[in-house]
Design a protein around this ligand. Sequence first.
Ligand code: XMP
Length: 172
Amino acid sequence: MGNEDISKVLIPEAAIRDRISSLASEIEVAYSGDITVVAVLTGSVVFLSDLMRCLPLRMEIGYITVSSYKGESPTEPRLGSISLSELRDRDVLIVDDILDTGNTLRLVQGMLRGHSPRSLQTAVLLRKPSKAPPDVPAEFVGFDIDDMFVVGYGLDFKGRHRNLPHIAELRV
Ligand code: XMP
């Protein structure tokens, strides 16, 4: 009911759960101390909440908001809940839902890099390798997908479908 624009399940809930568990192991071995997680709102909230509970690292969590509308450039990122000065000499991990054109993450990475973290790495649940540009690295990737519009597990279409427990392809 109400999901007539969803065409098919692309990644089932159990597959997401399994992959996040192994992704968390990859992230855990990459760090030796505390980290600062910066989540890119809003699409990353479900991924963040599952990933952080699989990560036995001491962490601070902040978030960043970037408004982007189709066909327009993303706005200047705004950091919330932690201040930029707290990023200096920290190991910072950006968490985002999807690396698509990379325009949003390019802005976010550029902004955070300017505040002298000790290291800056990025985890995304999804990546579209056919579009992701080489100058926007993502060290930790859940799934590579084809170039299709997907929703669910935090990702929306016009504000809807974020609450689906799986990733689905949108009917076009
Ligand atoms: P890019 O990498 O193109 O992505 O700057 C910016 C933001 O756009 C959203 N996005 C999507 N949302 N299905 C969605 O529901 C998609 O296929 C998709 N591609 C991009 C997402 O919030 C991403 O962070």
